[in-house]
Design a binder for this molecule. Structure first.
Ligand code: GLY
Length: 394
């Protein structure tokens, strides 16, 4: 990592990416790979926001709602691309990111939940996804730690997992190896605007960084960057998620695959860690861990997998998911020339990091947004938006 005094190049960057979470780092990596001088800036250490707290479920269907067809299509595209994204990243960074194609078992603890999951199963089958309905007994055969009260569930071989903290380390390493510059501990004071285009940013220290492109990947804080005129802003709100990390024995894991109920998810790591998440709380920028949040998670986890009480509780944390007014991502060119949004990934930031990064690089390099992001541009919220090139997806 470079400190402000160790600037890599005397030339001004082509692109400044604001935010060193999974989205900002992945975008920076792709931009640097395409030969653009890229600086990623962050007020703290890399990936200490939502990425640090995320469980890392890659759950294209379970983390979208019925009827969110465009988001589902994007999520599925991201899931299909994930193995390739990870293989390239691990090769470039030399870091194991804990990608486990372990699948997911989503179980019902009573008849109401079973009815809900039956609908989800029909939906998955209608999409042509591999998803099998299992009886309670068959669920317990797969995962003997499940409670006797489990009445049935869906085995899916689509939803997998990755370790977000390792992913972030790998992205930062790959970004720097590709020639990018990571400036941490450097909060952005404002975006610089020159007429109808962005001209760079100014750091809290007063240091300006000139750049023709500014990519905003600042998570829930993306909407409040100063310097942008009101009509060029997007609305992003924080949605709190509390999450627990429990330690078990990697040699005798409690679970083999991700287990979910409609109330909780449990993500088992290869080393015995079990991540239990997550609350969904609309409380503004409050990231406090509460006794009520921990109680809610442990109760729901215990009801599904009673053996969780034997594990060591090693971490309780809270993160702020970035969400747009319609809870869908905001990715694309903004209202000013050179301004690009890459934010509001809500519950799918880790899954969507790779495809978002590709989209950001396309927008910066060619003014084009891939077709799969057609529905996710900032223009859907109104306001002035710069015209994309005729090949751009508007
Ligand atoms: N994707 C899991 C969560 O947002 O809690």
């Amino acid at each position: 990592m470079v400190t402000p005094k160790q600037r890599m190049s005397p030339d001004p960057p082509d692109v400044v990416v604001v935010g060193a979470g999974a989205i900002g780092l992945a975008s920076g990596w792709r931009l640097a790979q395409r030969g653009m001088r890229t600086v990623v800036v962050d007020g703290g250490e890399p990936a200490r926001g939502a990425t640090h707290v995320a469980a890392g479920m890659l759950a294209p269907v379970n983390e979208a709602h019925f009827g969110e067809q465009e988001l589902l299509t994007l999520n599925l595209e991201a899931a299909r691309a994930y193995p390739g994204f990870i293989a390239e990243l691990e090769r470039e960074a030399g870091v194991d990111v804990g990608y486990r194609p372990c699948g997911t078992l989503t179980v019902a603890l009573d008849r109401d939940q079973a009815e809900l999951l039956r609908r989800l199963h029909r939906f998955q089958v209608s999409l042509g996804l591999e998803a099998e309905w299992l009886s309670g007994r068959d669920c317990r055969r797969l995962e003997p730690a499940l409670a006797p009260r489990v009445v049935g569930g869906i085995r899916s071989s689509v939803d997998h997992q990755v370790r977000p903290r390792a992913l972030a380390l790998a992205l930062a390493t790959a970004f720097e190896r590709a020639g990018g510059e990571l400036r941490t501990g450097s909060a952005v004071s404002s975006v610089t605007v020159d007429g109808d285009r962005v001209a760079g940013i100014v750091l809290d220290s007063g240091e300006p960084i000139a750049a023709a492109h500014v990519v905003v990947a600042a998570g829930w804080q993306s909407g409040s960057l100063s310097g942008l005129p009101a009509e060029a802003r997007v609305a992003v709100r924080p949605v709190k998620g509390q999450i627990l990390r429990l330690r078990g024995d990697g040699g005798k894991p409690l679970l083999e695959r991700v287990v979910r109920t409609p109330e909780v998810y449990l993500v088992p790591r290869a080393d015995g860690e079990l991540v239990v998440g997550a609350t969904v709380e609309e409380r503004g920028a409050d990231a406090a861990v509460t006794a009520g949040g921990v109680l809610e998670l442990l109760r729901a986890a215990y009801e599904a997998v009673p053996g969780v009480t034997e594990l060591e509780l090693v971490e309780a944390s809270a993160g702020l998911r970035p969400a747009s007014p319609d809870n869908r991502p905001i990715v694309g060119a903004g209202a000013l020339e050179g301004l690009v949004w890459a934010t509001a990934h809500w519950r799918n930031g880790i899954l969507l990091a790779g495809v978002t990064a590709d989209a950001v690089a396309d927008v910066v390099q060619a003014g084009e947004r891939p077709e799969s992001f057609r529905a996710f541009g900032p223009e859907r919220f109104g306001g002035a938006v710069r015209q994309l090139t005729e090949t751009g997806a508007g």
